[in-house]
Design a protein around this ligand. Structure first.
Ligand code: GLU
Length: 471
């Protein structure tokens, strides 16, 4: 059997981390078993679905690298097919027209509630309507079996049984002919030959209905795995008030996609005490049957730790690719300065996020607008004027602009003035970077280049000459 999984988001918002985790689990399952991963956009709720959300979901999937083998399929493009199946089910007596008015259904509901019964359709039209009213456009209901039970052998939840007596006859087409949500899922899972449905456990209650419809269509239902939801640290369902929940927000906050994927795979699943998983390892080791059935809590600190790990250990060219996005957002064109890969190598030990790395690296490409006031007060003092002036002259005369001679020059100037290295390196750093933090000074100057270094030293010397800089 070919394994076929699908991710079926409703485009009513951005791709959130819960959806991304479900998508990842489905993707991993397909990859592990040499199967196919399908993307299906469940956009039949015309009022809530938007083109922007579709774009956001596609963008999120691309950024995460969860490439799909088939799709994206859009349910709104499949209405004729749904119609066809509805007609077939009507013809075969597996579904029926229901003419019950809204008023009747409301009073039925009120009576059931008054009797403390679960509100459900009573099947009035199930056995045919003698004189169908011409002025009432009917809905179509599925003839749910009335006896027996539906058993879901869920890969995560284990066996879950539902009594058919608890399920009423679901509307599969509204009076305007449009199909309803549970029905479109059934037709799609059937047509797309989905073998494994991995989805959020908020859909577990839909599963017996969907299985009954699939059986009525003579299709063996797929295997289901219902993934528990994600909670915030306070135990409430993860939501915006816990911080970022949108995948693309994590991109904008400076996370690498592999850090988020690694974080998500570990959310409710473990393999010994291993924390770091390459994508290949995930494919090899992830086992959906071992996902915990209880909800998992989101831990932003751990995600940050993983991000730092991937920033430090990933191929610098890969990090540079993602860093350039952040620099671009800051209005910096990375082609106007040092090779971004070299910047990543110099910066990767000191940044937890790419936003931080970008902020720390802007000065390589754009002259700082001013000096950090505290750092300037500490280091750009009158006493720095002479050493900086001499440094400028010696650096200008260096035959080779390389780390070693640069280092020797800074050292030499410090010695000549009887100063500790920091007394020269820190003013120099503030002069070129605008603040007292940067990679080692020789690496900083090498990357910045001679011209920019000298210009910025000139500017710092002017600044020092201005009145108001006491010794
Ligand atoms: N469209 C549903 C959702 O976004 C998923 C349905 C399914 O996976 O069966 O929650």
């Amino acid at each position: 059997m070919t394994i076929r999984t699908r991710f079926a988001p409703s485009p009513t918002g951005y791709l959130h981390v819960g959806g991304a985790r479900t998508a990842l689990f489905s993707w991993l399952y397909a990859r592990k078993h040499g199967g196919r991963f399908i993307l299906r956009i469940e956009d039949t709720d015309l009022e809530r679905s938007t083109a922007e959300s579709v774009d956001a979901i596609l963008q999120g999937m691309t950024w995460l690298g969860l490439e799909y083998d088939e799709g994206p399929f859009f349910q709104t493009h499949r209405f004729p097919r749904y119609q066809e199946v509805i007609q077939q089910m009507l013809k075969e007596g597996k579904a029926y027209h229901c003419y019950c008015t809204k008023e009747r259904l409301e009073s039925l509901r009120a009576e059931q509630m008054a009797r403390k019964e679960k509100p459900r359709y009573d099947g009035k039209c199930r056995h045919g309507v003698a004189n169908p009213p011409k002025d009432i456009p009917p809905v179509v209901r599925f003839k749910n079996p009335q006896e027996g039970a539906v058993t879901v052998e869920d890969l995560i939840r284990g066996r879950v049984a539902f009594q058919n007596a608890e399920l009423d006859d679901l509307i599969i087409a509204r009076s305007d002919g449009t199909p309803t949500y549970n029905f479109t899922v059934v037709v799609d899972d059937m047509d797309m030959k989905v073998s494994h449905v991995i989805r959020g456990d908020d859909h577990l209650n839909n599963t017996p209905r969907q299985m009954n419809m699939l059986k009525a269509l003579d299709v063996t239902p797929p295997v289901y795995a219902h993934v528990p939801m994600i909670l915030g640290a306070d135990g409430a369902r993860l939501s915006k008030r816990h911080g970022a929940v949108s995948v693309m927000q994590y991109r904008d906050d400076g996370y690498l996609p592999e850090a988020l994927l690694n974080y998500l795979v570990r959310l409710g699943w473990s393999h010994g005490d291993q924390e770091v998983f390459t994508l290949d390892e995930m494919v090899k080791l992830f086992d959906v049957t071992q996902v915990h059935s209880s909800a998992a809590a989101f831990n932003p600190e751990k995600l940050l730790w993983l991000n730092q790990h991937y920033i430090k250990s990933s191929d610098p060219a890969h990090v540079a690719h993602h860093l350039s996005y952040h620099l671009g957002k800051m209005g910096v064109d990375p082609s106007t300065g040092p090779d971004l890969i070299e910047v990543v190598k110099a910066q990767r030990e000191r940044a937890k996020t790419l936003v931080e790395m970008a902020q720390n690296s802007v000065f390589f490409y754009r002259e700082p607008e001013g000096y950090d006031p505290k750092d300037a007060a500490a280091h750009l003092k009158h006493e720095a004027e002479k050493p900086l002036g001499e440094l400028r002259a010696r650096l200008a005369a260096l035959p080779l602009w390389l780390p070693e001679p640069i280092h020797a020059t800074v050292n030499g100037v410090a010695e000549a003035h009887g100063l500790k290295l920091g007394k020269v390196a820190q003013p120099l750093r503030v002069a070129v970077a605008g603040r007292g933090v940067s990679p080692p000074i020789d690496a900083t100057l090498t990357l910045l280049g001679r011209e920019k270094t000298l210009n910025r030293l000139d500017r710092a010397l002017d600044y020092l000459k201005k009145p108001g800089h006491s010794a």
